[in-house]
Design a protein around this ligand. Structure first.
Ligand SMILES: Cc1ncc(COP(=O)(O)O)c(C=O)c1O
Length: 462
């Protein structure tokens, strides 16, 4: 049996057999907490396991001819797991993806060789353009195609029943046993598979569900009521507004509903304290696990999944600006215009230019930070502002002028706004198409743009 340390013939050999690591710093009350690093699968998530099991089971049944087309509706980790296996085995893969998904995910899937079909994200189950309905139709209308359908495919939980669950019991056996597992539920494959295996081989192990606030599952487990009202949440990959047909919740002992904020802060804490870079759902699972652990009166060994890598979330929960913008992190409030400045100059957070920088540098900085205007600073004083149209008008017709200094294209007659000005005073500035340059005396504090004002207004309603 090759181990992870051997030389392998295929990246598919690296699926499963993921390591477990014990928490050393997090406060788990009387319990010991262990992390199963599904993030170490080659596609970066637990879904590589079902990518492999669903395709190989279909092969064994003779459902797939060589070169067949697989079809699934997902933009998430299942898409990546399937793309990896399809690519290595020479199948075509068509993924139907709702158009709210991030561009990074779509680029990733295309780069792996999948064909991506975008569809509307504003329609519900039953609508012909709903991503799962559309995937099913494409599969039906494509000769020889196979609809993977993770939400209704028994080969999904089978991957966990025959793979993940025995693997965990063997590993935790070496660590002295296992008392509880904390997991999330998306398609429910993980939960259903673990449940089945544990029912037979480790019935004493408690199954604990971590669910995002807004999903219907926590209430279903704890109170037995199935709500027809769900709300939205930002954590990805877990939580439901219906019960998938393959799901079996019968052995789940308890569920915790965890807010987005708790989830994101827990994931950040996991990276800071244990050095583990997990995705957003890992935060949900960890927050639930810590609650469970701290409620215990006896020492228990508790396992949590790190379902996917945090690399995919660097511009979200690991980005302080995104966290501030969404109200998940707090900054000191002053009751004046400073509260609207996202990147204060005093914290060296503002991206700036010097008058002698080249316009090429200015252009590259605008692109890199996705900002369309930059303040020009000289000796801690703001001396100008440069935006995309200043650069465009300066270089148009003579591209060599990209090598001119910023001072030749910047606007130096500045509309400066005192930090104590009322918020309404921003509106005429935005109306003129400008950004607000906020100062305290002659000290530059930062810029305020339209989106900063919108974000501030939205934070106030939360
Ligand atoms: C990102 C992510 N995807 C998928 C899953 C597992 O979902 P399932 O096996 O229910 O589809 C989890 C579970 O925690 C998850 O965090």
């Amino acid at each position: 049996m090759p181990t992870r340390n051997s030389v392998h013939d295929s990246v598919l050999d690296l699926i499963a057999d993921t390591p477990i690591v014990r928490a050393r710093r997090l406060d788990a009350g009387p319990c010991e907490l262990y992390f199963k690093l599904e993030s170490q699968n080659p596609g970066g998530s637990i879904k590589d396991r079902i990518g492999l099991s669903m395709i190989e089971a279909a092969e064994r049944r003779g459902d797939l001819r060589p070169g067949a087309t697989l079809v699934e509706g997902t933009a998430g980790n299942t898409g990546i797991g399937l793309a990896l296996v399809a690519q290595q085995k020479g199948y075509k893969l068509v993924l139907v993806v709702p158009d709210k998904m991030s561009r990074e995910k779509i680029f990733n899937l295309k780069a792996m060789g999948a064909e991506v079909v975008l569809t509307r994200s504003d329609v519900a189950k039953g609508h012909p353009e709903y991503y799962q309905d559309l995937a099913e139709r494409i599969a039906r209308e494509t000769p020889g195609a196979y609809f993977v359908n993770q939400f209704g495919n028994p080969d999904n939980p089978a991957a966990h029943e025959h793979g993940t669950a025995p693997e965990i019991l063997r590993q935790m056996g070496e660590a002295g046993g296992l008392d509880a597992v904390v997991f999330g539920c998306g398609s429910s494959g993980t939960m259903t598979g673990l449940s089945r295996h544990f029912a037979e081989h480790a019935p004493e192990v408690e199954l604990i569900l971590a669910d995002p606030v807004g999903s219907i599952l926590a209430e279903y487990i704890n109170e037995g009521t199935l709500s027809d009202k769900s709300a939205s949440w930002m954590v990805e990959g877990i939580g439901e507004d219906f019960l998938p047909s393959i799901s079996d919740f019968s052995r789940v002992r308890k569920a915790y509903a965890i807010s987005d904020r708790e989830s994101f802060l827990a994931a950040r804490e996991l990276l800071r304290s244990e050095g583990i870079l997990g995705g957003s759902s890992t935060g949900t699972l960890l927050a639930a696990a810590l609650k469970y652990c701290r409620e215990q009166t006896e020492p228990k060994k508790v396992l949590v999944f790190v379902c996917d890598t945090g690399n995919k979330y660097l511009s979200k929960l690991y980005n302080d600006y995104w966290m501030l913008d969404n109200g998940f992190l707090e900054r000191e409030q002053y009751g004046d215009l400073r509260d609207l400045i996202l990147r204060p100059y005093s914290q060296r957070d503002t991206v700036v230019l010097a008058p002698g920088d080249l316009l090429m540098t200015a252009y590259q900085r605008m692109k890199l930070y996705e900002i369309s205007q930059l303040p020009v600073m000289e000796n801690e004083k703001i001396v100008g502002i440069l935006d995309e149209s200043d650069v465009l008008l300066h270089v148009y017709g003579d591209e060599a002028r990209f090598r001119d200094p910023v001072s030749t294209a910047m606007v130096s007659k500045l509309d400066i706004m005192d930090v104590k000005s009322p918020v309404e005073a921003l509106l005429p500035v935005f109306d003129r198409g400008q950004v607000a340059i906020v100062v305290d005396g002659d000290r530059f504090l930062g810029l305020i743009t339209r989106i900063d004002l919108l974000n501030w207004l939205r934070r106030r309603v939360q």
